[in-house]
Design a protein around this ligand. Structure first.
Ligand SMILES: Cc1cc2nc3c(=O)[nH]c(=O)nc-3n(C[C@H](O)[C@H](O)[C@H](O)COP(=O)(O)OP(=O)(O)OC[C@H]3O[C@@H](n4cnc5c(N)ncnc54)[C@H](O)[C@@H]3O)c2cc1C
Length: 382
């Protein structure tokens, strides 16, 4: 009998080596498939590089997800499943690379800095119950004990299962792991268009004119415009600006802090990052002084130890947002799969999107999630 893994295409070509493309390549090589991944730049230099690297399934479900969204429930479950996958994947990829992925699961917390924020925490706690997210409500005294570097608050909601990776290391670590399993990386080669033959996609044409053949092409191009995509699968870029403070370890919280107007995460090498803006429809990677100043003030208000510390780096990245702000994973036409629309959670969601791709390819049994996030839901609506 043929095993499901044998249903995998002989050779898959992934376009885009961001959080999602790297995770898809890893899932495929791990399942024994032959994989090539092509990226216009070095892998891991897109939005994943610019991100906060937070794996905050709890916070995102309770404070960022639109509770009335028709896919709210499946999406919250999908984020949680990805958080669990990270726990398994991180040591596996780490073992195949000399660089550190900086994976940790210290939790995140949302403080109420104003008395009026407590009502928001109540709402978040109610949503946690609805979505099955593990939380812990702590009072002002406990908050001061567990995160003494934070400004005085009126309690907090803690998400003990949230965590983070060092997102700037993701490209290097996954590149090592994918190559160690026999995958091929083709960097600094931009794909111009798809190659079709006998009614199916059979490869890509690069901007320099080279053709790369494959049995299956996966588009994981993030927020970049890709000419061959139909309107319903086009991405809106949502720009996010972030900042980094110099030598700020002493002032840094232990957990990721997801306050209601700023987030803060301590990274390796004494980095403390804070973010982020959310500017829909902008595709320039410029930063502006007004936004940087607003982020810096909010960060200093949350962490008094940052008073006087200077912002040493500022940058921007583009979140890929689909029409319904949900991921799109699955077949678009014969020989072509999409892995797009990770929007504000692509680092967290990348493993679950990759597992969904395996399901869409028929390599593992299909779950309901694969139907919820399939491109068909959008095609049917347009
Ligand atoms: C400021 C900010 C903070 C964020 N914080 C978090 C966070 O804390 N946690 C979280 O989970 N998510 C976060 N995100 C979201 C996350 O970064 C994205 O959802 C994720 O990176 C999307 O992954 P992707 O692979 O789709 O796109 P990218 O990571 O952008 O990768 C796309 C890749 O495709 C390549 N590419 C595009 N077009 C072509 C082409 N034609 N040919 C070849 N290669 C091509 C690009 O070069 C790029 O490497 C944040 C985003 C921003 C901007």
């Amino acid at each position: 009998m043929r095993s499901l893994a044998q249903n995998l295409p002989d050779h898959t070509l992934i376009v885009g080596g961001g959080a999602v493309g790297l995770a898809c390549a890893w899932a495929l090589v791990r399942a024994g498939a032959q994989v090539s991944l092509v990226d216009a730049q070095r892998v891991g230099q897109g939005a994943v590089w610019a991100s906060g690297g937070m794996l905050a399934a709890g916070f995102e479900a309770c404070f960022e997800l639109e509770p009335e969204h028709p896919l709210a429930e499946p999406y919250a479950a999908f984020l949680r499943s990805s958080q669990r996958l990270w726990r398994d994947w991180a040591p596996e990829v780490q073992a195949l690379s000399r660089q550190s992925l900086g994976y940790e699961q210290q939790g995140s917390l949302t403080p109420a800095f104003q008395a009026s924020d407590r009502a928001r925490l109540d709402q978040g706690e109610a949503l946690a119950k609805r979505f099955g997210v593990l939380t812990e409500r702590v009072d002002a005294r406990t908050l001061a004990q567990i995160e003494p570097s934070l400004a005085r608050g009126h309690g907090a909601l803690v998400f003990p299962q949230d965590g983070q990776i060092d997102n700037r290391a993701m490209g290097g670590v996954f590149a090592d792991a994918i190559k160690a399993k026999g995958g091929e990386l083709i960097e600094q080669a931009r794909v111009k268009t798809l190659l079709r033959q006998a009614g199916r996609v059979c490869g890509v044409i690069l901007e320099d004119g080279r053709e790369l053949q494959a049995d299956c092409v996966v588009l994981a191009t993030g927020a970049e415009r890709f000419a061959d995509l139909p309107d319903f699968a086009r991405m809106t870029p949502v720009k996010g600006q972030m900042i980094r403070f110099e030598r700020a370890r002493h002032a840094a919280p232990k957990r990721v802090v997801r306050a209601l107007s700023i987030y803060l995460a301590a990274k390796s090498g004494d980095r403390l990052i804070a973010g982020a803006s959310s500017e829909a429809g902008l595709s320039s990677l410029d930063t502006d002084e007004e936004t940087v100043l607003r982020l810096a003030r909010a960060a200093q208000a949350a962490l008094p130890g940052l008073e006087g510390a200077s912002v040493v780096e500022q940058w921007a990245g583009l979140r890929p947002q689909s029409h319904d702000a949900m991921p799109i994973v699955g077949a678009l036409e014969p020989g072509l799969q999409l892995a797009l629309g990770a929007y504000r959670n692509g680092v967290l969601a990348a493993p679950a999107m990759a597992v969904m791709l395996l399901e869409a390819l028929g390599a593992t049994s299909r779950t309901a999630a694969t139907d919820y996030f399939s491109p068909e839901r959008l095609a049917l609506r347009c």
